[in-house]
Write a protein that binds this ligand. Sequence first.
Ligand code: F6R
Length: 245
Amino acid sequence: MQIGIFETSEEASAAAARGVVDLLARKPNATLGVATGSTPEGLYSELREAHAAGRFTLEGSAAFALDEYVGIADGHPEKYRNVLRRELVGPEKTGLTEAGLRTPVSSDADPHLAAGQYEASIAAAGGVDLQILGIGANGHIGFNEPGGSLVSRTRVEVLSRRTRTDNARFFDGDVGKVPSRCITQGLGTIMEARSLLLLAFGAQKAEAVRQLIEGAISAKWPATVAQMHPDLTVFVDAEAAELLE
Ligand code: F6R
């Protein structure tokens, strides 16, 4: 595991972006795994700047979302496909194409089937080269909530109360508006990415970061499974690092 502790999230995001730009320079059609939520916003902004400066493009790449809500309208601004479109898709963003952006089709009548198809589509694309991850305050990655299998595959998952409360800020502060289910890549699926880059910012992530870096591998803190990954990089800001020994 490589750990970078930065004074600010801006510095960490810039360092993360340098890693992504370097990867695309080495492997121009590299496949990314992309997280949503607040954490990667600075990284995505850096990538848009790098694209505008002609230093980088995702034009020939695929980007697989980690997860998607089930039971959210196609046009809802918080549907992760729409969030990632706004962040990454188009020549004025990172060059990623609409077809290159891959998300679970959660509006399917059968989300379980859609989850299986999504898993198969990742494998068919040759897997993910670099998976960008945030972490939940309860230690989830993707939406793999505490207590689940450490080797799970892409599936339908029920969001914990804690996660729905944390995400209410994207839904007018109303936890009742946050979907209760999602399709998420499993921990086993995420672990197959060739590299993992996990970002965590702010004091509310400090305990999850402590468990990730210093804790025992346990389903109570799902992200701890990433300790087993041969190429894991963790970039945190000073607040998220405050409980590290
Ligand atoms: C998002 C995802 C989640 C988030 C996590 C942290 O696609 O899979 O694991 O990374 O909930 O969310 P933020 O970054 O909003 O604190």
